[in-house]
Design a protein around this ligand. Sequence first.
Ligand SMILES: *Cc1c(COP(=O)(O)O)cnc(C)c1O
Length: 390
Amino acid sequence: MDLSYIINELGEDRDKYFNAVSPPIMQASNFKLNTVDDLSKAFADEFDSEQGYLYSRGHNPTVDILRKKLAALDGAEDCLVFNNGAAATTAAVMANVKAGDHVVCVAHPYTWTKKLFDVLLSKFNVSCTYIKGTELQDWKDATKEQTVLFYLESPNSWTYELQPLKEIAQFAKQKNIITVIDNTYCTPLYQNVIELGIDIAMQTCTKYISGHSDTLGGVLCGSKTMMRKIFESEYLTLGNGIQPFSAWLLLRGLRTLPMRLQRVNESTKKIVEFLDGHPGVEKIIFPFHPSFPQFELAKQQMKSAMGLVTIVLKNPHRDAIVKFTESLKAFLIAVSWGGHESLIIPRCAGIKKERYDPANEIHRQIRLYIGLEDADYLIKDLDDALKLIE
Ligand SMILES: *Cc1c(COP(=O)(O)O)cnc(C)c1O
C-alpha cells in the first residue's frame, strides 16, 4: 500500500461527516443499535466493528481510522491502539503468558517493560531471563521447555543494541514461541518487523507518531487472530484503549510523519558528523556510525538511523556533564523523545551523586534527541556548551 494513501486516505469516510477533511473526534461512550438482533450480534462479537459500534472501551470510530492506518504502516492484518506504550506492552505480554511460563527478554528493555517482568508478572509465577540478545545463539541458549515468549527491543533507546530479527523470528516459529518487539526507535517506516517475521510489533505513539509532545499512545500490530485474542482479554479488561481525542492528535501527527522522520534523520547525521570530530567528545554511540559493533546488521535491517545519539564527553567529571547539559539552550532537559524539540538526558541524573564513578563509562553517557530545529542551530548550541567544559 502506498504510504501517501495510508496517511491521507485510508480509513477516512469523509462523506459520513460532511466531507470534513479532518475526521471528527467521536466523543461518545456508547452507540445506539437499531434492533435487538443487532445488539445480540454486537454482544456476540464486539471485536468486529464493521458490523457496528457498541461501547468505546472496545472500539470507537475515531480510533478506528487510526487503527486502520497504523496496521497498514506495519503491513499487518490489524492493530489495537492503547492509551500509552506501556499499556500496549503489558497487554501483548499478558495475553500470551500463564502461570509457570517463561519469557526471554533483551538485557536492557525500556524501564517499565522491565518492571512488568520483575514486579508484575513475577507475582503470577511467570519468570523472565534477560540476555544480551545480540546473537541468535543467546536466544537459543536461554530457551527452556516453558519458554513461550521472546521480548525484543531493537535498537534500544540508550545504547542501541540490535537483535538479528529475522533469524530470531524463524527460530521462535519453530519452537512455537511468540515474538514481541518494541519498534519505537525506528517506527515501521524505518524497520518493517512484521516483514521480518515478528508476531507482534509494539510502538509507542507518544514518540514519533505524535511528534508534537502533546499526547500519549501505544500500538500493537499483528495478525487478526492475535489482535482479537488481546482485545477479548487484556484490551477490554485492563481498559487501556486510547481515548478519541488522543487518537485524533495521533492522526494529525501521522500526516507529517514521513517528512518529520526524514528531517530528524538528516539533522542527526549532520550532528553526529560534527560531534565525531570534536575534541571535547570521547565517544559516540550511534547505530549508523562505523564504530558501532553492529553497524552491518543495522544497515541490513533498518532503513536508516533516527534521532537518538548517546555521547561520552572527554571531561569525565560529573560537574562538567552538568554544566554542559545545563548550558544548552535548544536542548531541553526532559524525558521522552520523538517530538519537535531537541532533548538531553545525562545518565548521571539517575545515579546518586556519591556513587558517580568517572571511571565508569556508562555513568558518563549523555543521550541527545535531535528534533526538528535547524541542524546548524543545534550544532552551534552544542559547540558553545562544549567550549565551556574544555
Ligand atoms: C517511551 C517508551 C515506551 C513507553 O511509552 P509510553 O507511551 O510512555 O508508555 C516504551 N518503549 C520505548 C522504547 C520508549 O521510548
